[in-house]
Each structure stands twice: as C-alpha cells, then as structure tokens.
Write a protein that binds this ligand. Structure first.
Ligand SMILES: *Cc1c(COP(=O)(O)O)cnc(C)c1O
Length: 224
C-alpha cells in the first residue's frame, strides 16, 4: 500500500471514536496521489484554489466530494458551483449572495461553512463573533433559498503554544454551540465544526471538532 492510502486509513481509525470527518487536503499534489487515496474508499478531498479544484475534479471520479477550503473570490464561484460539496471559507453576505445565485443556475442547494477569525494573526480571513451573529440575523441572508449554512470553520494561530491553540478552538466551539442553540431557520443546519490541520488536529478534536482538514501529514510536505 502507498503512503497516502496508509495515512488516510490511519487517520480514519484515529477519528472514529470522535465521529469526526477527515477532509484530505490535496493542494499542489498530483491527481495520481488523490486517486490512490480515493481507492481506499475515502471520498472527501479539499483544495484551496478554484483553478486547481476544477482541474482535478475534471480528471477524477465524479463520486469524490470536493471541499473548497481557501479564500474564495466572488467572480470564481461560478466555476465550482456545479459540483462543490462544501465551501468552508465563506465570510461575507456578498459572497453568500453570489453562491446562492450560482446555486439557482444549477438548480441545487450549496452547503457552506462560515469562516470565523479566531487566530491572533491579522492576515487570516473570517468573521468575528458579532459579525457572524449579525449576518445570520440579516433579512438579506434569510431570503436566500439555495445556500445552507452547515457549520463553522476556523484556523488557529500558527504557534507551538498549545494553550493558545486550545483557547482559540474552544472559543470557536462556544460560538458554534451558541449558533446551534440560538438560531432556528431552515437555512441554518449546524452539523460541522471544521477545525484542525496537521499541526493542531489533536487539540481541535479535544475541543469538539467534527471535521479536520489534513494536508501534509497525508500527502507529504508541499514545495511551492
Ligand atoms: C493547506 C490547508 C490545510 C491543510 O494544512 P496542513 O497543515 O498541510 O495539514 C487545512 N486548511 C486549509 C484552509 C488549508 O489551506
């Protein structure tokens, strides 16, 4: 067995007691390695760039459930709208409106996560808690019929300080629980809390993650 399939199977058994989902992040890696992972029966793969996502989707089996985890520009939504399984990185009403518009064109409902800014770094995208709650209360959001908010996504600070990372993930979990209990609307169906990557997924699972996004631990280090 190859290294990719071995590592996917290992992650899946590690995740089983948590009931969490693995999204294998294949950015910069060739389709052959994705196919190797797919052949274990694994279906969830993710990319962070639209062009690469579209190219790979065309070359690989249609059963693969593609996740978009990177920053998404409004003018590129149309390319992924026909097939994307879950967009993790939505952080504005305008982007949601565009996703809704493209979803209507393809006669489907697109599932999304709202990205929440939890890290100390100012470079990472995402809404803060009050922006998130405000968005979910907006009439313009509530009118949208072809998008479904299925949860939240967040990225912790890139640090070795486990206490800091744990604090950030637990604060996202609190926001997630708040939205889950306080909002009752058909467009809000909270099921996924996407947090945790290669360096911090164990801390994320301890803090209630239901979906981890693993790249380098599966596919090896990336060379840009
Ligand atoms: C690249 C990426 C990951 C995976 O990162 P690794 O550290 O390689 O596991 C997860 N989430 C997002 C948003 C990414 O861009």
């Amino acid at each position: 067995m190859g290294k990719v399939s071995e590592s996917i199977l290992q992650f899946k058994s590690e995740l089983e007691p948590f009931g969490a989902t693995l999204v294998a992040i294949s950015k910069t890696k060739p389709v052959e390695l994705i196919r190797e992972g797919y052949e274990t029966g694994h279906l969830h793969f993710g990319e962070n760039k639209v062009q690469e996502l579209v190219d790979k989707q065309q070359k690989l089996p249609p059963e693969i459930r593609w996740h978009m985890v990177g920053h998404l520009q409004r003018n590129k939504v149309k390319y992924i709208a026909p097939f994307v399984h879950l967009i993790h990185s939505v952080d504005s009403l305008k982007l949601l409106q565009e996703i809704n518009k493209q979803a209507i064109k393809h006669d489907r409902v697109i599932s999304i996560l709202l990205q929440v800014h939890i890290a100390m770094e100012s470079t990472k995208f995402g809404l803060n808690e009050s922006e998130l709650l405000e968005l979910l209360n907006r009439e313009e959001f509530r009118m949208l019929k072809n998008v479904r908010v299925e949860g939240l996504m967040g990225m912790a600070t890139n640090t070795n300080d486990r206490t800091q990372i744990s604090f950030e993930f637990s604060s996202l979990k609190k926001i997630y629980d708040k939205v889950t209990t306080q909002f009752d609307h058909p467009a809000i169906q909270m099921t996924h809390l996407s947090m945790g990557m290669t360096g911090d997924y164990k801390i994320a699972l301890e803090n209630g993650s239901t979906m981890i996004r693993i790249g380098s631990a599966i596919f090896g280090e990336r060379n840009y």
